[in-house]
Design a protein around this ligand. Structure first.
Ligand code: AMP
Length: 212
């Protein structure tokens, strides 16, 4: 299983990647998660990326391509991978083709997560992550108390780039720089559209049908 999960921020790529990883044991490669980890650990890469991430802008292609190139050469990737949040530009997609030919792998396809913009903003502004187990939750769908993770009781926090003004910028960046990838992969005949407006469980069923 070697798929790209493509879609706007908040369309549910991370949630579905977690479910797919759990079921199929493939590597979940989220460039956003790798960058946030670097930011937290104050690495050189994290410090370079911080300014872009806080504004909701894209981190330069060169940095993310290097990061993904290293990650795709790790052992666990042999069982398959899900790329979540990469590629985000045509240049990154071209670089990915080169990396995949170097490691003698090919893509099975691209899942496009489709959902309207108002729903995205609602989801993103209510999104919380558990500081302990890393699970992603939505305040609109979990029971109270809302400050605790329903899975492990850990403390929930809001991502710094999930505030309204940064969200709007991230969506603008998605339309301008990432959406051109839809036509790019459509032309290659490997794009599968997923209705991402439903519940995680329903979306997962649709994805499984698309993978089959
Ligand atoms: P995400 O968690 O995928 O929404 O990513 C959070 C932030 O990390 C984005 O708003 C970008 O600043 C940065 N980022 C993640 N993936 C990429 C990428 N493929 N190219 C450039 N920047 C990225």
């Amino acid at each position: 299983m070697r798929w790209i999960l493509l879609g706007a921020p908040g369309s549910g790529k991370g949630t579905q990647a977690d479910l797919l990883k759990e079921k199929y044991g493939v590597a979940h490669i989220s460039t956003g998660d790798i960058l946030r980890r670097n930011l937290k650990d104050k690495t050189g890469l994290g410090l370079e990326a911080e300014g872009y991430m806080n504004k909701g802008a894209l981190v330069p292609d060169e940095l993310v391509v290097r990061m993904v190139s290293e990650r795709l050469r790790e052992r666990d990737v042999e069982k398959g991978f899900l790329l979540d949040g990469f590629p985000r530009t045509i240049q990154q997609a071209e670089a990915l083709d080169v990396i995949l030919s170097e490691i003698r792998q090919s893509l099975d396809g691209v899942l496009l997560f489709e959902i309207d913009e108002e729903a995205l903003i609602r989801r993103l502004s209510n999104r919380r992550t558990c500081s302990s187990c890393g699970k992603i939750w939505n305040l609109l769908t979990i029971e109270s108390p809302q400050s605790a993770c329903p899975a492990c009781g850990g403390e929930l926090y809001q991502r710094e780039d999930d505030t309204e003004s940064v969200i709007r910028n991230r969506l603008k960046v998605y339309h301008e720089q990432t959406a051109p990838l839809i036509a790019w992969y459509e032309e290659k005949g490997i794009l599968r559209e997923i209705d991402a407006s439903m519940s995680p469980a329903e979306t997962f069923l649709e994805i499984e049908a698309a993978l089959a």
